[in-house]
Design a protein around this ligand. Structure first.
Ligand code: CMP
Length: 215
């Protein structure tokens, strides 16, 4: 797109996988818009780095410390080679003040992010890894699942899930395999298919009972 090229000429920078864009606690000097590639938003708890979110093309980050003048709430690391617009605070503020459309999009995105953070808190309150994985997929199917003749399709990369729910990659794999074996989900190239979200909710209740009372 010509507009995107012009923006890239002015604000664009290219980054390699593994580049640290900023660390949690640093002062914020700019915000970023992703044109291509992926960026992990990370938080370190007791020396363990956890991934809060993996952001892709069209998404932005680093705006919070620019808006509230507080240190970076999380770190940002390039997960896949990326082209980013790097925008200084003055330009960012001028963009928001000068364009209601941008301001509305920003508010919508921040609301989505808050809702996702609330879902994540709910998820982390579940104790066992299987419940966390099934709960995440169930919520994603109900809230964001794409309607198909076979059920709700959740576009998800299962390799990106473990960091955000505090379980290991192996635990995600085991939970997914068990749930697929019980025919609650089906694995498809685009992600995960949920034929019946009501049945999945019952399965989740069953897992929670099992956790509380044993087999
Ligand atoms: P800032 O605090 O400047 O630096 C870290 C950035 O990570 C923050 O702005 C947000 O843009 C982004 N961020 C923080 N928490 C989350 C989250 N839970 N999900 C997605 N992005 C986040």
């Amino acid at each position: 797109m010509a507009g995107e090229d012009a923006l890239f000429q002015r604000f664009g920078k290219e980054f390699k996988r593994g580049d640290v864009l900023f660390r949690e606690g640093e002062p914020g000097k700019e915000m970023y818009v992703i044109q291509s590639g992926k960026v992990n938003i990370t938080k370190t708890v007791r020396e363990n780095a956890k991934i809060l979110a993996t952001l892709g093309a069209g998404e932005f980050f680093g705006e919070m410390s620019i808006l509230n003048n507080k240190p970076r709430s999380a770190g940002a690391v390039v997960a896949e080679d990326a082209k980013l617009l790097v925008i200084d605070p003055k330009t960012f503020e001028a963009m928001i003040r000068g364009n209601v459309e941008i301001a509305v999009r920003l508010i919508k995105k921040l609301s989505d992010r808050l809702q996702e953070a609330d879902e994540q808190i709910e998820n982390l309150l579940l104790r066992d890894p299987s419940s966390r994985v099934v709960h995440y997929l169930w919520q994603a199917a109900v809230k964001r699942g794409k309607e198909t003749p076979q059920g709700k399709l959740v576009n998800v990369n299962l390799n990106e899930l473990h960091g955000r729910m505090g379980v290991s990659a192996q635990e995600v794999q085991e939970a997914v395999n068990k749930t697929a074996k019980a025919r609650i989900i089906a694995l498809v190239p685009e992600g995960v298919l949920v034929p019946d979200t009501g049945k999945m909710q019952k399965y989740l209740e069953f897992l929670e009972m099992k956790e509380r009372f044993g087999d």
